[in-house]
Design a protein around this ligand. Structure first.
Ligand SMILES: [Fe+2]
Length: 385
């Protein structure tokens, strides 16, 4: 089965117990369950699983949605033998639609929406002694190992793969195991030391405060991978902060600041190297359920913008609170990346920074797109039971 959201694979097979026409809708119940759901006739015709309505391989819709009569009505509903499917005979043309029990149950339970990832918000104390880690070999050699690594990233916003060969080839291979390496103004797979190759502080040995990358990108990189191949010197610890944890703290303690951070579109830009990128993001962007979907924060790259003076003052107050918390050691984990440990983190959730360092330091890595990571997780979940 495909992972197409029109028909995701349900966890186990369902059996229909009954089907009846109630007030023009079709009400179904399921065996061994109290689940009961009413579907409208139009929706049922639009989601018919007969091959002429739904392509059996691609799960693309074949039915002409707009040719379905708006007042379509079911004449008869029948539960197929064994309860595996619902069969409906339509009054206007006596045609038949069939919808599998599994599909109806999944929609009854989820309305066709994906479950939000199981997130565990963390601060400094919560992350002590439980750094999410999977051996590199497991990630590379088994689907279960890769899924475990990606689910740890989903849960905590970052995870490490340990025991990797300290080479660019091995790093590229594990990145490509997750998804396509994203091309940006910095290239695709990158491999650099402090050489100011680009007009960005990442290419210098100075300390970098917690931030997310690509605030100037409409689709900021979803994930980032770091692998330190060599460091002959001191300092250079990497820091991570759970942006959703900080968001949660502000939501609970300062609703006015939370409102400013979740509703103010903050422009950001990247100028130089022959490009002028520009995008706008809320510091904390919310999804349709009002939960944080993406944090985007890099004060260096913020572009000029102005609000009415009162609102501007409120925004600056909220921004100062945000910056104070993301720089608070109580929210941070700090660690030295060593050759062999590949860090993968969610750039829409986890802020990253780096302490100043001395000596020669060589870091390689890549950006990955949000959608490709999510796709890999869906496919792996359908394969790994
Ligand atoms: Fe960065």
């Amino acid at each position: 089965m495909s992972a197409n959201p029109l028909s995701p694979t349900p966890p186990s097979s369902a059996t229909l117990a009954s089907a009846a026409i109630v007030d023009g809708d079709v009400e179904v119940t399921f065996s061994g369950s109290t689940l009961r759901s009413r579907f409208s006739p139009f929706w049922l015709r639009d989601h018919c699983h007969q091959p002429e309505s739904l392509h059996p391989e691609t799960l693309q819709r074949q039915v002409d949605t707009f040719a379905i009569p708006v007042d379509i009505a079911a004449e008869r509903v029948v539960v197929e033998a064994g309860g595996s499917a619902l069969r409906i005979v339509w009054r206007h043309d006596q045609s038949t639609s069939v919808l599998p029990a599994d599909f109806l149950r999944l929609i009854a339970l989820t309305e066709g929406r994906e479950r939000a990832p199981r997130r565990e918000l963390w601060d400094h104390a919560a992350m002590q002694g439980r750094f999410p880690t999977v051996p590199f070999a497991e990630v590379m050699d088994t689907d279960a190992g890769l899924l475990r690594w990606l689910e740890l990233v989903d849960t905590h916003g970052f995870a490490m793969a340990t025991g990797a060969p300290a080479t660019t080839d091995a790093t590229k291979a594990i990145a490509q195991r997750v998804g396509y390496i994203r091309e940006t103004i910095f290239g695709g797979f990158w491999d650099f030391s402090a050489n100011l190759a680009f007009k960005d502080t990442a290419y210098t040995p100075v300390a970098i405060g917690p931030h997310t990358d690509g605030t100037y990108s409409i689709d900021s990189p979803g994930y980032q991978m770091f692998h330190c191949l060599q460091h002959d010197g001191s300092g250079g610890e990497n820091t991570l902060v759970d942006g959703f944890k900080v968001a949660d703290t502000i939501r609970r303690t300062d609703p006015a600041a939370y409102a400013a951070l979740t509703t103010t579109k903050v422009p950001a830009h990247y100028l130089g190297d022959g490009v002028h990128l520009r995008a706008e993001h809320e510091i904390i962007a919310l999804d349709a359920d009002g939960e944080p979907r993406q944090v985007a924060y890099n004060n260096y790259d913020r572009a000029p913008f102005r609000l009415p003076n009162g609102r501007m003052a409120e925004f600056y107050r909220a921004l100062k609170l945000w910056d104070r918390l993301v720089n608070d050691p109580g929210y941070e984990v700090a660690f030295k990346l060593t050759p062999g440990s590949v860090l993968l983190f969610d750039n829409w959730r986890t802020l990253h920074g780096r302490r100043a360092y001395t000596g020669f330091r060589r870091l390689c890595g890549a950006y990955l797109n949000k959608e490709d990571f999510d796709s890999r997780v869906r496919v792996l979940r359908s394969k790994v039971k």
